[in-house]
Ligand binder design. Structure first.
Ligand SMILES: [Zn+2]
Length: 92
């Protein structure tokens, strides 16, 4: 378990600064690391993508996590998009 080096911002759920978060490396490919971040305040977990020498934008990270949750929960495209946003070739 490493410190959250390079992690900026604060937890959107409880406001604890993320430099106190626990970070576990899930995957490592070249200069990109996939991190599992656990908030030091509320223990909420989310994934972060860390590219060497680039600060993590925690809000963007959480947006990605939320999008993934929505995709996992959606049963069909119509749960994700309003009808007008769907532009499928064989839409009636
Ligand atoms: Zn938190």
């Amino acid at each position: 378990m490493n410190g959250a080096e390079g992690l900026t911002g604060s937890c959107r759920a409880c406001g604890t600064t993320l430099d106190r978060a626990l970070v576990r490396e899930v995957r490592h490919f070249e200069e990109t690391r996939l991190l599992e971040v656990t908030c030091g305040g509320c223990e909420r977990q989310f994934l972060a993508i860390h590219v060497e020498a680039v600060a993590i934008d925690a809000l963007t990270v959480e947006d990605v996590a939320e999008a993934a949750e929505q995709l996992a929960c959606a049963r069909s495209l119509s749960d994700l998009f309003a009808p007008g946003d769907l532009d499928l070739p064989d839409a009636a």
